[in-house]
Design a protein around this ligand. Structure first.
Ligand code: NAD
Length: 367
């Protein structure tokens, strides 16, 4: 076994049906007495439920969180926290909401209790992001990590199939890239494989039957593990491309991940054979790129950048931006091949099968 570093923050995670009921107790445990609740406009009902649970500890709701975190919105959220003299922040909603709470914590240092209701995984990472103009910048700081995360599958029953599918594939992307990360380690790989298994078996269930509580628990469990993977090891080309496409062309986050993932996997396939074998085995397929594409398509997600409204004229710019900075990725960053990857993603065709993938998958199943 090769040497590795495993440097994990101590997470406090409350997982399970009814876990939302523990909110007040967890805030009190952190010493919170004036809580600002953060959500998006569409998540206000969830925030009001949180306010009821918090009772006199709740001092305000900021319901203006916006995807990709424009700098003006973040300033408004920070002003709001200051105006109500918040000493604790509760976020309830998807990654947009969680990220807003993290950016409040970055400035003020107040603790965040996150209650995620999608599969984005932001609550498990020290990564924050903000968009100024059309440029999305990210940073890492353990100060933004939520101090407590409450996962209650009941809160995800209302997620419509068109959100559950892409959001689940977004989580899958963290785990697949975590398997071939240059700084991966055996523990993170275990979590990544378990996460891929859980997501592959549960996403078809929750898309077909959104109120299936066992499927919802399984999907949230897979998403939690994927979030830990995302926060622990360096992501590669797939995440960089999605980041660029989302920020520069204002495309929806989870949907971009869903379209790009099969093609990014195909790009790296011959340069990360162990990771591909593990991912294929966890997915129960012979080829990871095709398996991801088929899973996403079976969930009814959009499979092309064209369908997401990406202008064809933006493909060259996206390819240029992807190779602007050097970062670790199994296959060297080749501008021409990345442009080709983007072309496939634009049209949304199914990736070709890789070399001897069936044989590899058969070998993996035997072990
Ligand atoms: P999102 O937060 O915008 O949520 C997607 C949709 O789900 C929204 O329409 C929302 O209203 C809806 N929704 C959320 N909870 C619901 C519920 N319980 N019932 C019904 N509908 C519900 O999108 P997302 O994909 O969760 O997060 C994307 C954002 O998170 C991006 O800005 C991305 O950059 C960020 N992100 C950051 C990290 C990180 O580590 N920093 C990781 C992943 C994502």
């Amino acid at each position: 076994m090769r040497s590795f570093l495993f440097d994990q923050p101590a997470y406090r995670v409350i997982f399970g049906t009814g876990a939302f009921g523990r909110l007040r107790e967890e805030v009190e445990r952190l010493g919170g007495t004036r809580v600002l609740i953060v959500c998006t406009e569409a998540e206000v009902e969830l925030a009001q439920d949180a306010a009821i649970k918090l009772g006199d500890l709740a001092v305000g709701i900021f319901d203006d969180a916006v995807m990709h975190h424009p700098v003006e919105t973040i300033q408004a959220a920070r002003d709001c926290a200051r105006d109500v003299a918040a000493d604790c922040c509760v976020t309830i909603g998807g990654g947009t909401t969680t990220g807003t709470g993290k950016l409040i914590a970055l400035e003020s240092g107040i603790p965040v209790v996150a209650i995620p209701t999608t599969y984005a995984g932001s609550e498990m990472t020290p990564i924050y992001g903000m968009t100024e103009g059309s440029v999305k910048k990210t940073g890492r700081d353990r100060k933004v990590l939520p101090r407590v995360v409450i996962y209650d599958p009941e809160l995800t029953l209302s997620l419509p199939p068109e959100v559950s599918g892409p959001s689940g594939i977004n989580a899958l992307a963290h785990s697949i890239e975590g398997l071939y990360a240059h700084d991966t380690n055996p523990i993170t790989m275990l979590m990544a494989e378990e996460s891929i298994r859980a997501l592959a078996r549960s996403l078809p269930v929750v898309v077909r039957d959104p109120v299936n509580i066992d499927g919802r628990s399984d999907a949230l469990y897979g998403a939690w593990l994927a979030g830990v993977v995302l926060g622990s090891v360096a992501m590669g080309l797939h995440h960089k491309l999605c980041h660029t496409l989302g920020g520069t062309f204002n495309l929806p986050h989870a949907e971009v991940h869903t379209v790009i993932l099969p093609h990014a996997v195909a790009y790296n396939r011959d340069f990360a054979s162990d990771a591909m074998r593990r991912a294929a085995a966890a997915l129960g397929v012979s080829d990871t790129a095709q398996g991801v594409y088929d899973l996403a398509a079976s969930l009814g997600t959009k499979t092309s950048l064209a369908a997401l409204g990406m202008p064809r004229t933006g493909l060259d710019r996206a390819a240029d931006l992807a190779v602007q900075n050097v970062y670790p990725n199994p296959r060297p960053l080749e501008r021409g091949a990345i442009r080709e990857l983007l072309e496939h993603a634009y049209t949304g065709n199914r990736p070709q099968a890789g070399r001897s993938t069936t044989k590899d998958a058969r070998n993996t199943k035997k072990t």
